[in-house]
Structure formats: structure tokens, C-alpha cells
Design a protein around this ligand. Structure first.
Ligand SMILES: [Fe+2]
Length: 217
């Protein structure tokens, strides 16, 4: 995320540098459409922050029907923006994670290995409903854990650090793979393609950064 400093409320710019290109099995058209949705989350995060700011400036109450939903909606729009940035930034040159990396050591410790972790991550990715699968780091126990996130905001643990973020909303795959219900290859095929395009260097870097965090719990 990048903050626009001259505005008095928190405001963000679309992170053009994170837009993935040349993916294997995930089309440019699908990424373009998906990117537009991400831009919408940035716009709406900024708008909500502005509306909350304006309420304060006008000395009006937040705790009423007119304004409270603006505040409540922040978690949805913010996470829609941030999760997409994590998702797009780790899509790129695929490959496999390095076998002697800290990530592999951590997955071995916490899941009894990469394959078992991946199997569960994909099983969660096939859950019914729309949302995300997030591999997060718990700085207190120094462990990785998989999470199902409903929509963008339900299911996160405060203070845990997202390491790998996989979008399983229908917009992430229907254009390229259709849906199982309509006879297409659907989400399972997308999950396979997604794994072919993970930039493990980015994932490794996120874990390296997370490993330096101290928990204050
Ligand atoms: Fe998405």
C-alpha cells in the first residue's frame, strides 16, 4: 500500500507495480478484469475514509443509521484492497519453493511438510462460498496456519501476518475456467493454475520479514 500524504485522512493509490503479467494459464483478460475490481476497492477505501473524516469535520455522530455503516464497511473495503495487493504481488514467475529455505523448514515443522500443507490449502480453496485462503504467520507461537476468509474480512486473526494469499472469489477464475455447475473446469483447475504462477521469492521474503516480529501478546 502507498499512502497519499497530502490528504488528511488515510488514502491509497492503486499499486500499478504489482500488476502481474505473462502468467501461465491465467489470461491477461482475466487479470485485467480482476485488476479493475481491485481498483474499486482502493477507490472505496479512500471514499469511506473521506466520509468518516467529513463526519468528524461536520461534528456529526458516527453512531447512527446514517453514518455507522460507513464505519462498519471499512473492514470489507480495506481487506479487499490489501488482500488483492498480496495476491497480485506474489503472482509471477512460477516454480517451486527452494527445498532448503526457511519457508520449507517452517512448513515441515507446522504441517509435516510442503505437500501436506499444499493439500490442505487447496482443500480449503475448494470450500463452498466466496472468499480467500490465507497462510498466515502467528508471531506468538511462531507458527504458520491456514485460514478460510469469508468475503474479505471474516476469519482473520489480529496480528497474524499473511504469507500467501489466494483469491477464490468467482471473478478470479470463471472467465478462464468456467464453473463446475455449468460444466466447466471451475475452481479446481484455477487452483492448479494458481500454484503454477506463485512467485515463491515474494512468499519467502514475507516470511523472512514476519520471522523478525515480536509478539506483544
Ligand atoms: Fe479478487
Amino acid at each position: 500500500m502507498s499512502e497519499i500524504n497530502q490528504i488528511p485522512y488515510a488514502a491509497y493509490k492503486v499499486r500499478q507495480d504489482l500488476k502481474p503479467k505473462g502468467l501461465d494459464g491465467l489470461s491477461e483478460k482475466a487479470i485485467d478484469q480482476h485488476w479493475k475490481l481491485y481498483e474499486g476497492y482502493v477507490t472505496n477505501t479512500n471514499l469511506l475514509n473521506k466520509l468518516v473524516w467529513d463526519t468528524g469535520e461536520a461534528n456529526k455522530e458516527l453512531n447512527n443509521a446514517e453514518h455507522s455503516e460507513i464505519q462498519r464497511r471499512l473492514g470489507f473495503e480495506y481487506n479487499g484492497m490489501v488482500l488483492h495487493e498480496h495476491y497480485f504481488s506474489a503472482l509471477g514467475k512460477g516454480g517451486a519453493p527452494s527445498s532448503d529455505s526457511p519457508l520449507m523448514s517452517q512448513l515441515s515443522k507446522d504441517f509435516k511438510g510442503y505437500e501436506r500443507w499444499k493439500k490442505q490449502f487447496i482443500q480449503i480453496g475448494n470450500f463452498r462460498g466466496v472468499g480467500w485462503v490465507v497462510l498466515s504467520y502467528d508471531p506468538f507461537l511462531k507458527r504458520l496456519n491456514n485460514f478460510w476468509i469469508t468475503d474479505h474480512e471474516v476469519g482473520h486473526v489480529a496480528g497474524f501476518v499473511p504469507i500467501l494469499v489466494m483469491d477464490v472469489w468467482e471473478h478470479a477464475y470463471v472467465l478462464d475456467f468456467g464453473s463446475l455447475a455449468s460444466g466447466g473446469l471451475g475452481r479446481p483447475a484455477y487452483l492448479e493454475a494458481y500454484f503454477k504462477n506463485i512467485n515463491w521469492n515474494v512468499v519467502e521474503e514475507r516470511l523472512q520479514n514476519a520471522l523478525t516480529l515480536k509478539s506483544d501478546r
